[in-house]
Design a protein around this ligand. Structure first.
Ligand code: MN
Ligand code: MN
Length: 481
């Protein structure tokens, strides 16, 4: 027994057998702020680049932003058939919306690769093919929401319009308007509370319906009394003068509205980031930084930004597209091996956000198996719904392999289920990877207000996910199961 030197009234006792045993065999989850108070500074520095990344709000914008970063870091465009040397860095873009980035490992790909995949599409309001209409002296864009949203959250917030239009002459025009203060803003209107008695009695899914998500874009008629639809004509003239867009060109366009907020520090202590599209740009950014920082790994890394996750991963740019497998097959063939042998020896981190415990809605979480902000990335052995339907359920062997790597690299993680059983559910890209016979685990940053126009993450978790991915990319240990 010894006395505390600072305060002679307090005795510091030696640990009892029970305390020692508890330390040895029980878990004692702590916030990263308690275990490493200096972490916030490093995490904040890391998140400066992350906030800039969040200015890209569609899959196209993320890809367009990422390619020059890759090139500046020594990546070259993938050449099919080429045999790459250890440390070589290369990338391949798929239809301007998804991208695969690799660093060639010391071992041949036949011994397996290390995959990390995140998605770069986020819930938003896509435009219908005939979006412009005029009603009661106002002009609007009609939208069709993309992904799982609470529709009422998308009214009365500033929106910006993004996308690509193919014009009839074959040229393309990129639209990005509504973000800067000198640009016009857009919004969806909502009913005043004074007249909302009936509306307020509706269930939340009906308070604002899909067909009411019309974006207000004009109210002043074109100056010609003989012209028809003069408000619509006036706004179309602006689009035509600015971009060369005629109404028919919307039929060959991909335009959407996204929240016009900039990503910002959140909280008086600036410990968090508030911004749109953090699901799943937060994981994409962590992956990108880990990919860039991996120099000559034992196993080839493959960092994937996928599209269409929010609507089920279908389509040529979704993770169910053969693009991924064909790419791995190209790598395999160049090295004279079979794609199936590469896949079975590979492992994948399916990087996607998870739900962070929110005390305002505590009843949907199971407190011993949910995730908390500032406790590190969430690892989910399984997700899905009900009786584990539609889930990639990682094996004990895969979990042991991954956790061993993280432990060795001193990375803090937490295990988390989305919420209580039978209260809802959700899935990730993990199943689209494991179908290829790749052992896959879900890992991601806990998010508050997921899928809302402004989502919240903790900086320390973002940084710790980066360290987790980096640890896997830099691990020399082959898969032992
Ligand atoms: Mn996601
Ligand atoms: Mn999502």
């Amino acid at each position: 027994m010894k006395y505390d030197t600072d305060n002679s009234d307090v005795m510091t006792e030696e640990k009892t057998p029970g305390q020692l045993l508890a330390e040895d065999i029980l878990m004692d989850p702590k916030s990263l702020g308690e275990t490493d108070n200096g972490l916030l500074e490093r995490a904040s520095e890391f998140c400066e680049g992350y906030k800039a990344f969040l200015a890209n709000k569609t899959e196209r914008e993320v890809v367009e932003y990422t390619v020059p970063i890759l090139q500046a870091n020594g990546y070259t465009e993938y050449v099919p058939g080429k045999v790459y040397a250890p440390g070589d860095k290369f990338y391949k873009v798929n239809r301007a919306k998804t991208i695969i980035m690799c660093t060639k490992g010391r071992r041949p790909v036949s011994e397996g690769i290390r995959v990390a995949v995140a998605h770069i599409d986020s819930p938003r309001l896509d435009f219908k093919p005939h979006p412009v209409f005029e009603d009661s002296g106002m002009a609007y864009f009609k939208t069709h929401y993309y992904g799982g949203i609470k529709k009422y959250q998308w009214t009365t917030i500033p929106l910006s319009i993004r996308g690509l239009v193919k014009l009839r002459d074959g040229s393309s025009v990129t639209v990005r308007i509504g973000e800067d203060e000198d640009e016009p803003s857009f919004c969806i209107t909502d009913l005043l509370p004074h007249l909302a008695q009936n509306q307020m009695r509706k269930t939340a899914s009906e308070v604002v319906e899909g067909e009411q998500l019309n974006i207000l874009i004009g109210s002043w008629p074109f100056d010609d009394e003989k012209a028809k639809s003069r408000i619509k004509l006036a706004v179309m003239k602006v689009l035509f003068d600015t971009y060369g867009i005629r109404e028919g060109d919307f039929e060959s366009a991909e335009l959407c509205a996204v929240p016009a907020f900039k990503a910002r520090d959140m909280g008086l202590d600036r410990s968090m980031v508030a911004g749109y599209g953090q699901d799943d740009s937060v994981c994409a950014y962590a992956q990108l930084m880990a990919e860039l920082d991996t120099k000559e790994p034992e196993f080839t890394t493959m960092t994937i930004f996928a599209d269409k996750e929010e609507t089920g991963s279908d389509g040529v740019t979704g993770m169910r597209s053969f693009f991924f497998r064909d790419f791995v097959e190209d790598l395999a063939q160049a090295e004279g091996c079979e794609v199936r042998h590469v896949l079975q020896r590979s492992v994948c981190l399916s990087c996607d956000v998870g739900s962070a415990y929110d005390p305002a809605f505590g009843e949907v979480y199971e407190r011993t198996n949910c995730a908390y902000i500032n406790h590190g990335p969430i690892i989910s052995k399984y997700d899905g719904a009900r009786g584990k339907y539609s889930t990639n359920d990682a094996s004990a062997e895969m979990m042991g392999y991954l956790l061993g790597i993280l432990r060795e690299a001193d990375v803090t993680w937490q295990m988390g289920e989305l919420g209580k059983i039978d209260i809802g559910g959700g899935g990730t890209i993990a199943s689209e990877i494991s179908v290829h016979n790749i052992d896959t685990v879900d890992i991601g940053v806990p998010v508050l207000s997921m899928h809302a126009p402004v989502e919240v993450t903790a900086k320390a978790d973002v940084y710790m996910l980066y360290r987790a991915i980096l640890a896997v990319y830099n691990c020399d240990r082959p898969k032992d199961f």
